[in-house]
Write a protein that binds this ligand. Structure first.
Ligand code: GLN
Length: 537
């Protein structure tokens, strides 16, 4: 059995536990330790798929088609691992498992209870998240210690450590040290002490205390916390606010956290070489910036398009450049002078989205890019909008639309250039399920997509319900749109592009989920190379 690091949070939520866990995963992996992750989300939703991105941020999609919390994106990117369904578990899933077992009679007539049945199912999930190559599983518990929803998970962690022995698992607790402005920003340790006490009430003694604070932690605060929380001062680790999340691993490493954890868990390690990561972080901070407009419905919140922003940063950094993002609200582009808002940007991205709101604004932006030969990258919904925009402008189909925008079955099927299909390419009734997870795609010879990917058969992650209407493909091609990627089995449109010297590529997939800081995605690299070079001719 592998070893375990459990990570809980205290005082307030949104302390950045996900980034800390991901940073630790990166450091340990760079030290030669095989890592994997498990995120426990104590809400009752079965998964993040039905949750509003405004509240919860991006829904991250894994290779095996799980719709997960965005922390899995941090884990995959920082530690360069591939995760899946077993790596994000919610209370809804745990209860689903227990209730299914009850109906099957698996409990043999027993009264089904939180202890032992729910807690046992949580412990099984901890074991199930481990993969053969992983020496270590980092288990992050969402929420804050003391939350009612989190209690069964805390109890499961207690039992798990008791049953497996202290050499097999360590507990990290991340708490906030607030600084009061009136006290000259003096950091207050009392709330952190209380959250550690709360853990103790639940039978858990943490091994490392990580302290998030706005300003560096003075030695005095470290000594005080160590004394009151029953750990050595070297195990009180500072996590100060940093300008870039990519600087977090460096901070933890400088305080020896990765070394101390390996010593505590008796895991062999080699000193990590952080040079490539440091170079990447330095490039992201470069003052030489590429200006990219991102037009979306949730444009107010970069968290809703987390992986898109990340993929762009990775690719820009590979060119030694930083990025200047403009998050533009698609609906606002419908009202005023869209061109005035867009002019001056080096490239346009239209990312994924759902529903009719903002679609016209996205198409205005795409038209601006197409006519001005500004590099354009469409992602999922971005491809669908690009196809409709092209149909209206170049295929003499002014009523072209997506069936998704029809709020009352009023659209003629002939106007639906984007439509509902099953995977065989036949029309199905409404309410088909989402196409999720990794799907293959064959690229056309001579295409820009093939030049970018450098290989003819690729696979990318999907999350959508609608498809380019196969009946409209001949008209699109006749009028100059190139279908440069198709599903090899059912022929569905995966990638479209414009011919000639303009960088205009849109994909039905979400390539952003596969980009890594040190392995930027080829499509994003190609797009940013074009954006950095400026419009042709
Ligand atoms: N709403 C579109 C669909 O369901 C696109 C989804 C997306 O962009 N992820 O097909």
């Amino acid at each position: 059995m592998g070893k375990y690091i459990f990570i809980t949070g205290g005082v307030v939520s949104s302390l950045g536990k996900g980034v800390v866990s991901a940073s630790l995963g990166f450091l340990l992996r760079a030290s030669g330790v095989g890592v994997t992750f498990l995120k426990f989300d104590p809400y009752l939703n079965r998964d993040a798929g039905t949750m509003n991105p405004y509240q919860h941020g991006e829904v991250f999609v894994t290779e095996d088609g799980a719709e997960t919390d965005l922390d899995l994106g941090h884990y995959e990117r920082f530690a360069d691992v591939v995760l899946g369904k077993p790596n994000n578990v919610t209370t809804g899933q745990i209860y689903g498992t227990v209730l299914d077992r009850e109906r099957r009679g698996d409990y043999g007539g027993a009264t089904v209870q939180v202890i032992p049945h729910v807690v046992d199912a949580i412990k099984e999930a901890i074991v199930a998240a481990g993969t053969p190559g992983a020496d270590l599983t980092l288990v992050e518990l969402g929420g804050t210690i003391g939350d009612i929803e989190g209690m069964p998970f805390i109890e499961a962690i207690r039992q798990f450590i008791l049953e497996n022995g202290k050499d097999e698992a360590v507990l990290l607790h991340l708490a906030l040290l607030p600084g009061l402005p009136a006290g000259g920003k003096e950091l207050k340790t009392k709330p952190a002490q209380h959250s550690v006490q709360k853990l103790r009430e639940c039978g858990l003694q943490m091994d490392f205390l990580l302290c998030r604070s706005e300003v560096p932690m003075p030695d005095e605060a470290r000594r005080k916390l160590a004394l009151h929380t029953n750990v050595k001062p070297e195990r009180v680790i500072e996590v100060p606010d940093v300008r870039l999340i990519y600087n977090v691993p460096e901070h933890l490493h400088r305080q020896g956290l990765d070394r101390l954890l390996c010593e505590r868990l008796k895991l062999p390690r080699r000193p990590p070489d952080l040079t490539p990561w440091r170079n990447f972080a330095a490039a992201v901070a470069s003052p030489k910036r590429i200006r990219i407009a991102i037009v979306g419905k949730y444009a107010g919140m970069a968290d809703c398009y987390k992986s898109v922003g990340e993929a762009l940063l990775h690719a820009a950094a590979a060119r030694g450049r930083g990025l200047e993002f403009s998050w533009l609200d698609a609906e606002e582009l419908e009202l005023g002078d869209a061109r005035a808002r867009l002019d001056g940007h080096d490239g346009l991205v239209v990312p994924g989205g759902f529903g009719v709101r903002g679609a016209e604004g996205k198409m205005r932006a795409i038209r601006w890019a197409r006519e001005g030969k500004i590099p354009f990258l469409g992602l999922c919904y971005g491809l669908q909008c690009a196809v409709v925009e092209f149909a209206r402008a170049a295929c003499a189909a002014p009523a072209a639309a997506s069936a998704e925008w029809d709020e009352g079955d009023r659209f003629s099927p002939d106007d639906c250039w984007i439509t509902l299909l099953d995977n065989q390419g036949r029309a199905t009734p409404r309410g088909g399920t989402l196409r999720l997870g990794s799907q293959p795609c064959r690229l056309a010879p001579g295409s820009r997509a093939l030049a970018a990917y450098g290989t003819g058969l690729i696979s990318e992650r999907h999350r959508h319900r609608y498809e380019v209407n196969p009946e409209k493909v001949p008209a699109l091609e006749r009028n100059g749109l190139i279908v440069s990627g198709r599903h090899p089995d059912n022929g569905l449109v995966e990638i479209v592009e414009l011919p000639g010297d303009q960088w205009f590529v849109a994909t039905q997939a979400h390539p952003e989920f596969k980009s890594r800081p040190l392995r930027p995605h080829p499509l994003f690299l190609s797009f940013l190379a074009a954006a950095a070079a400026g419009p042709p001719g």
